[in-house]
Design a binder for this molecule. Sequence first.
Ligand code: CAA
Length: 258
Amino acid sequence: MAFENIIVEKKDGVALVTLNRPEAMNALCTPLMEELHDALEDFEHDDAVRVVVITGNEKAFAAGADIKEMAPRDFMDVYKADFITHKWERVTQCRKPVIAAVSGYALGGGCELAMMCDFILASETAKFGQPEVTLGTLPGIGGSQRLTRLVGRAKAMEMCLTGRMMDAAEAERSGLAARVIPAEGFMDEIMKTAQKIAGFSQVAVMMIKDAVNRVDETTLAEGVRYERQLFHASFGTADQKEGMAAFIEKRKPAFKDR
Ligand code: CAA
């Protein structure tokens, strides 16, 4: 697949997507998001891909939706086209794990894209923010909802109302980033984490993702019931037999995704 706005590399079970509009701080234009959609569709059907990583460059993960693309559009235009819906939310439908590896700015739609991933690993240079208020608008790809769920109402409200940026340490402290990683060797550590997940049973990994995601949609009792069903179902897999046998026999498991 030939792309202009992203670079895709597949290695050792990991598909690495690098957002590639450095001249525009990786601003998320429609062609970029369509390419990301198409790449994710491909990964979903490619057995060689077990984990996806989305990253940017050292300066910017992505500095938001493309302001130059949006500026001339009016209400009827964006409403009728359902702007930033079709294809833009594909990452939330991925069944395989998606990691956001954030260096530099993750602002507006960039922060929202990172939050649509399963978890964020932040370089110590990362800066997160929802500065839409400074443009006379508001977050549009779920920022007001996902940021609030992740960091709580007070911090999300303050960030969205002031447009202030959060650094990596604050992002980790607040639950926005899973972990802060030194800038030096950042991508090596990201790939190590992705490859670790890629080495586990894919069915177990997918069930875990499915179970954790239930938390946004249901009550605690329902969520625990759902988790229990998946847990029981995992006993019907060869990988659960292999994983537990390997532990008892003090050897490395050889998972077969069965
Ligand atoms: N859209 C389009 N172009 C952008 C962009 C964006 N979101 N962010 C940066 N760029 C462009 C700049 O216009 C500039 O292009 P030119 O060289 O052609 O002038 C280039 O990228 C480099 O940017 P700067 O010169 O501004 O770089 P800087 O280092 O001085 O500042 C920055 C970096 C703080 C990230 C600054 O670029 C910035 O504030 N960007 C906009 C951030 C923003 O408001 N994001 C929210 C967008 S709205 C949104 O995302 C809505 C939604 O929820 C869906």
